[in-house]
Design a protein around this ligand. Structure first.
Ligand code: ADP
Ligand code: MG
Length: 613
């Protein structure tokens, strides 16, 4: 006789179990989906193992899932002929959570509100534990596909510990026996289980039987004609293939014959799971060849940034025996990915034009992926750029436009697409840069995320127009007419020369500017220098290595303060110097380049003391 060995659950597992047992009362039926999906995963792994291994335990067994109910005993049993688990694997897979799943799960549940949203659970890699919503006790009988493995049973009531014991005469795979809680006895009723399976598991790619009777259809709906698929079928297929709980935002179902024969059914989700703190998603579009699954998550099929896209691509041009390894280097697969990704971006662009509001809502959650695409996906860069959306000096707050919209309303004499990167609308509107552009009637795009700076740097042109930062030294606005007398040219030259000497190493150059309207001066980032946003990022990373900023100071020869300082130079050099330094610091502050605000405080105190005296 063997004795059961007791193991403690890892702390993260205890936390998940605690939530599952005590906080989830709704959607309890999804535990069936989770266990069936695990069984299907194990069968899929078995199918791949068979391709490469010779010695397999019970090799003759068909790959299938059998579910049985026992109303008298109050149990539900889900058995598969998949890879099964060894003792170590039981501990590893059912006693620990390998990644941050539990934490992300807990916080997502908090957002979902009272009663919890159990349907979320599969997304976080903790689906197995959902069984404890309904189970008094769970037993997992198993034998691994490896010939010499042990016959085992894992059991637990979900509180603190589990045991593993020997259990002779197991078949290959897993047989999970759920002893149902008193209030969950309905899950031992055939009709009930059947309806849950119909809802979630209809598309599982292996036969499922319930009490001996076949229940799923194993249908490749992506091969069907669009007219032959109902909305419900699409939605339920999406939920199945994406293991999702939301409804898809967009759906693209298409067939192509050239250059490759393709049947694709793609979905864009409603929720961005990476925003839940789950880390990078795996690729979500499976690759099939004539209904046979080649890879559920092929890394090199679609560009990496498209990992939020879900669905299926089926091409009969692929050789059926293509292995996952050779698939990754296959020119055919690359071509397939190219064709589909182009098509998808074009589709989205069209959708965005047809229903801008819907796209804006989608974009608000998924813009990160498009921006990543511009940075990394050279082939699709210009097409993705059409999907970017920004606020601007001509939109209201929260209202966005595309770069194409911008180009359409550019002024005739306008040379470039102008943008400013800053943390907020008010920072831009309150700053000194915008005014000159507005006085010419030029629109300025407002870019609020630091990644935007990088994005536009990857996009030197859009529809033949250059993109230019408002603080770039190359900005040429031509003449700006504004009221008032300016310093004469000779005075301006004398003054800027003096100012450059006085300010010393703090400035690379001082020059009279044309683009100012009401500010006395502004800071321009010289060619080849880091932009203020880049500099801020670097400073956050390596505060000791970052040098004082180098700027070109453009002064406004018409500004009263500038004219006054010019006069003061000969009358009161001390005060003129203090004011000049303050003008520079104000310009640096507006540019996001002021490293040492403290010096402003002491200087303004000195200036105030002079005025008060
Ligand atoms: P996930 O399926 O996202 O990995 P689960 O909590 O559903 O997370 O399952 C945890 C792990 O337990 C699986 O990754 C798998 O290794 C193992 N497992 C669960 N069910 C089975 C099964 N029927 N056959 C073999 N292994 C299984
Ligand atoms: Mg699972």
């Amino acid at each position: 006789m063997s004795t059961p060995i007791t193991h403690e659950f890892q702390a993260e597992v205890k936390q998940v179990l605690d939530i599952v047992i005590h906080s989830l009362y709704t959607d309890r039926e999804i535990f069936i989906r989770e266990l069936v999906s695990n069984a299907a995963d194990a069968l899929e792994k078995m199918r791949l193992t068979q391709l490469t291994e010779n010695e397999i335990f019970q090799a003759e067994k068909n790959l299938e899932i059998s579910i049985t109910t026992d109303e008298t005993a109050g149990t539900l049993t889900i058995a598969d002929t998949g890879i099964g688990m060894t003792r170590d694997e039981l501990v590893e897979n059912l006693g620990t959570i390998a990644h941050s799943g539990s934490k992300a799960f807990a916080s997502a549940l908090k957002n979902a509100g009272k009663g919890g949203d159990a349907s979320l659970i599969g997304q976080f890699g903790v689906g197995f534990y959902s069984a404890f919503m309904v189970a008094e006790e769970v037993k997992v009988y198993t034998h691994s596909w490896r010939g010499k493995a042990e016959h085992l049973v894992w059991s637990s009531t979900g509180v603190g510990t589990y045991t593993i014991d020997e259990a002779p005469d197991q078949d290959r795979g897993c047989r999970i026996v759920i002893k149902l809680k008193e209030d969950a006895k309905d899950f031992a009723k055939t009709w009930n289980v059947k309806s849950v399976l119909g809802k979630y598991s209809n598309f599982v790619g292996f036969p499922i039987t319930l009490n001996g009777e076949r229940v799923n259809t194993v249908e490749a709906i992506w091969l069907k004609n669009k007219d032959a698929v109902t909305e419900e079928e699409y939605e339920s297929f999406y939920k199945f293939t994406a293991k999702a709980f939301d409804k898809p935002s967009y759906r693209l179902h298409f067939q192509a014959d050239a250059p490759l024969v393709i049947n694709a059914l793609l979905f864009l989700p409603e929720q961005n799971m990476e925003m839940f703190g789950m880390g990078q998603m795996e690729p979500g579009v499976a690759l099939y060849c004539k209904k046979v699954l080649i890879d559920p998550s092929p890394p090199k099929l679609l560009p990496d940034w498209m990992r939020f896209v879900k669905g299926v691509i089926d091409s009969e041009d692929l050789p059926l025996n293509i292995s996952r390894e050779s698939m990754q280097d296959s020119a055919l697969v690359r071509k397939l990915g190219e064709v589909v990704s182009k098509r998808l971006i074009k589709f989205l662009d069209k959708e965005a034009q047809d229903d801008a509001k819907k796209f804006q809502e989608f974009y608000a959650k998924f813009s990160r992926f498009f921006k990543e695409g511009i940075a990394t996906d050279h082939a699709n860069r210009d097409a993705i750029a059409k999907l970017l959306r920004y606020e601007s000096s001509m939109t209201g707050k929260g209202e966005v436009i595309s770069l194409s919209d911008y180009v359409k309303r550019m002024k005739e004499d306008q040379k470039a697409i102008y943008y400013q990167v800053a943390p907020s609308r008010s920072a831009i509107e309150g700053g000194p840069y915008l005014e000159a552009f507005q006085s010419k009637g030029y629109e300025v795009l407002f870019l609020y995320e630091s990644i935007d700076e990088y994005v536009v740097s990857m996009l030197p042109e859009f529809e033949g127009k250059k993109l230019q930062a408002v603080n770039s030294p190359d900005v040429d606005l031509g003449d700006i007419t504004s009221e008032g007398d300016a310093l004469s040219e000779a005075d301006a030259t004398a003054f800027t020369t003096w100012l450059k000497e006085t300010l010393g190493t703090g400035v690379e150059d001082v020059r009279p500017g044309k683009r100012l309207v009401s500010a006395p001066a502004l800071a321009i980032t010289p060619e080849g220098e880091m932009t203020p946003q880049m500099r801020q990022m670097m400073k956050a990373l390596k505060p000791d290595e970052i040098e004082a900023p180098k700027v070109i100071l453009e002064i406004n020869p018409k500004h009263e303060l500038i004219k006054k300082v010019h006069q003061l130079r000969s009358q009161d050099t001390d005060l003129a110097t203090l004011l000049s330094e303050q003008i520079l610091d104000n310009a640096l502050l507006s540019a996001g380049l002021l490293d040492d605000p403290q010096r402003v405080v002491s200087r303004t105190e000195k200036i105030m003391a002079r005025i008060a005296a």
